[in-house]
Ligand binder design. Structure first.
Ligand SMILES: Nc1ncnc2c1ncn2[C@@H]1O[C@H](COP(=O)(O)OP(=O)(O)OP(=O)(O)O)[C@@H](O)[C@H]1O
Ligand SMILES: [Mg+2]
Length: 360
């Protein structure tokens, strides 16, 4: 999606109509961080957004600096455009919105699921006691995934007593790319196994949501070879499985230290020029004698030039990775590497960046 500079300040979001945002990517690239930032960005204009964590690691609680989340939807943040560093909306209004979070507990989710179909009541508690739940979720890891995707789709479709949707959007911090397609497709398998009956109907309903234009699967990557390859493969796999492809979130992007001309010049022999420049910058001490200055800056030359070469190599590698990502022809967002790490302020900054670039 080409973007003209004039549009940068105010543009329509790329995912109008999407209610379920699935965020995946290679391990450690920033899935949890960007899922949270996306939830904040989606809530900034008002409304309610639910952020769902499925891996049981309490990453959301850690990120927002709050106590471990129970298996219960909790309001964890309110957010406005101003908090994301954005100008007020032209339409006025908009006091901002709210982000809720849910860390899914597989055991409780399974009981809820069985309850839904079999009205277990106290028998459910008994099952829990004899370790049936453990048994079912360990023996059949697929069962776990059925519960997780089912819960996310249920939240995306849920309506309040007034008939309006409970959440304007749901963001799921999903398993990494390697397990993603299987994870999202597990209900198709279940629907095939249970050919009729309530479980079949439920599994089919989940797949209908996941494959509809109401869902978008975004992949997080870094500008490095392995994660980019995994992203390219990941999108191909999603397409093959007919799952709705979302955008590319390029995380931890470092600003270039040298401009293009400087990078291009790195290969030449510039010892003399650099020595001169260092001398002029005063690094050779106070002496006016060329030889004295030269002797003082000499030890700096090789390390400095080596660093410049290293930087130029990195810029070149990143350029190649960007080109590979561009081939995907998908909306792409670049998020800066936060030097201080991701504290709450940093998270809001990433959210602002996502919104400015049209992800929300
Ligand atoms: N833009 C950024 N700038 C600086 N640090 C970042 C950025 N994004 C994420 N991080 C940091 O990188 C680490 C990994 O991020 P995160 O936990 O979100 O990744 P993940 O993909 O969810 O990892 P996992 O695969 O383990 O679930 C964290 O320490 C996080 O604070
Ligand atoms: Mg994570």
């Amino acid at each position: 999606m080409a973007r003209t500079p004039g549009q940068a300040a105010r543009r329509d979001p790329d995912w109008e109509g999407v209610r379920l945002h699935v965020v995946s990517g290679k391990g450690g690239t920033g899935k949890t961080t960007l899922a949270a930032a996306l939830a904040l960005a989606l809530a900034a204009d008002g409304g309610r957004v639910l952020l769902i964590e499925v891996e049981g690691r309490q990453g959301i609680a850690e990120l927002f600096g709050i106590a471990a989340l129970p298996y219960e939807e909790r309001r964890i943040a309110s957010v406005s455009r101003a908090q994301l560093g954005l100008p007020p909306d032209e339409g006025g209004g908009g006091g901002g919105g709210e982000v809720f979070a849910l860390a899914i507990d597989t055991e409780l989710a399974l009981l809820e699921y069985l309850e839904m179909f079999y009205k277990l009541g106290r028998a459910g508690k008994a099952l829990q006691k004899v370790g049936f739940v453990d048994f079912a979720t360990t023996i059949a890891p697929g069962v776990r995934d059925v519960l997780l995707t089912g819960k996310a789709c249920e939240a995306a479709r849920r309506k309040g007593p007034d008939g309006r949707r409970r959440y304007d959007a749901v963001v799921m911090d999903a398993p990494p790319t390697g397990r993603l397609t299987r994870f999202l497709n597990v209900n198709a398998e279940v629907a095939g196994l249970a050919r009729i009956g309530p479980i079949h109907t439920q599994a089919q309903a989940v797949m209908r949501v996941l494959k509809s234009p109401e869902t978008a699967v975004h992949l997080v990557t870094l500008l490095e070879e392995m994660p980019v390859q995994e992203t390219v493969d990941g999108f191909a796999e999603l397409r093959e499985a007919r799952l709705p492809v979302g955008g590319v979130m390029v995380n931890m992007v470092r600003p270039p230290v040298l401009d293009a001309a400087a990078v291009a010049a790195v290969d030449g022999d510039h010892r003399e020029e650099v020595a001169l420049a260092l001398g002029e910058a005063g690094l050779g001490g106070r002496s006016r004698k060329t030889e004295t200055v030269r002797a003082a800056v000499e030890p700096l030359l090789d390390p400095l030039l080596a660093q410049a070469r290293e930087h130029a190599e990195r810029v070149e590698l990143e350029r190649e990775q960007r080109a590979d990502l561009q081939q995907l022809r998908l909306p792409t967002y670049e998020l800066p590497l936060l030097g201080e790490g991701v504290y709450l302020g940093g998270l809001y900054r990433l959210a602002g960046e996502l919104k400015r670039q049209g992800a929300a």
